[in-house]
Design a protein around this ligand. Structure first.
Ligand code: PAF
Length: 286
């Protein structure tokens, strides 16, 4: 595996591969089995696999965990070699953003970027869309792989690719979970033992809600989900049940619903989701 830190060097490395199928897996490093599942999907779909590791300052709010975010490059490199990755692109902040961050051209996917996680993390999805757009322009892959765990991010990336007619196919990879159901995330390591013991309840409650869909109006179910999590010790940021394809309110034509949740456990913000077939709520006639 070649590790490249400069844009020009990456372009040079990939120039000879342009006749082959190239896949990009963008990450912020601190790789776990969830990332490696993205890499495995990329490996199956392409001849040349490029992984980027870049903790993107543009997508962190002022009071968020940018400084604290775990950086484990040596271990990540070893894992990527094992996974058969061809090229690791790990630029510094100044290599990716040579100009001041405040002057950086930004990519914004309107509307959806301000909902759900975007409502509590203003500017986050502009930062994500900007760095993903830039990475796609640098690598020019045929395929890019994103995890379903970041469901809203996946939707925004797809929207951006469509709106800007970027010549790349976006693949989605299933969420990888601990045996107790907790979705893998680099932020899980911030959890205290007591919080870690509670954390699987997030997905359990989402699944419980999924089983109730169609028996109650979705908004009431979402409120009950938030109340249940709060009663158990979480501090729910949001719980919503919306159309899984468009992230708009469920309607008679909705085929799938997605249950989207973000909830704090102490200082750690966890997100998770589940997509389920949607049968609209039919109140019983009395
Ligand atoms: O999901 C992530 O790790 C990041 O948001 C991404 C897509 C690598 C952009 O920085």
């Amino acid at each position: 595996m070649d590790t490249v830190t400069q844009i020009a060097a990456l372009r040079e490395r990939l120039a000879a591969c342009r006749s082959q199928r190239i896949a990009l897996v963008p990450t912020m490093g601190n790789l776990h089995a969830g990332h490696l599942a993205l890499v495995a999907q990329a490996r199956r779909a392409a001849d040349v696999v490029v992984v980027s590791i870049f903790v993107n300052p543009l997508q962190f709010g002022e009071n968020e965990d940018l400084a604290q975010y775990p950086r484990t490059l040596a271990a990540d490199q070893a894992a990527l070699v094992q996974a058969g990755v061809d090229v690791l692109f790990s630029p510094s902040v100044s290599a990716l953003y040579p100009r001041p961050l405040t002057d950086q051209t930004q990519v914004s996917v309107p509307g959806i970027s301000d909902l759900f996680c975007g409502a509590s993390r203003p500017g986050h999805f502009v930062g994500v869309a900007t760095v993903v757009c830039k990475l796609l322009n640098i690598v020019q892959p045929d395929i890019a792989v994103f995890g379903r765990k970041d469901y809203q991010q996946l939707h925004i990336v797809r929207q951006m690719v469509f709106d800007l007619a970027l010549p790349v196919q976006i693949l989605a990879a299933e969420t990888v979970r601990e045996p107790d159901g907790l979705a893998l995330s680099s932020r899980n390591q911030y959890l205290s033992p007591a919080e870690r013991a509670l954390a699987p309840l997030l997905f359990q409650q989402i699944q419980h809600t999924a089983a109730q869909l169609g028996k109650m109006p979705p908004d009431r179910l979402a409120s009950e989900l938030a109340e249940g999590l709060d009663a158990a010790g979480f501090c729910t940021d949001y719980a919503r049940i919306v159309d899984a394809d468009k992230l708009i309110p469920l309607h008679s034509g909705s085929e799938h619903a997605v249950i989207l949740v973000a909830a704090w456990l102490g200082q750690t913000r966890l997100i998770d989701n589940d997509v389920v077939p949607y049968f609209s709520f039919q109140p019983e006639e009395s």
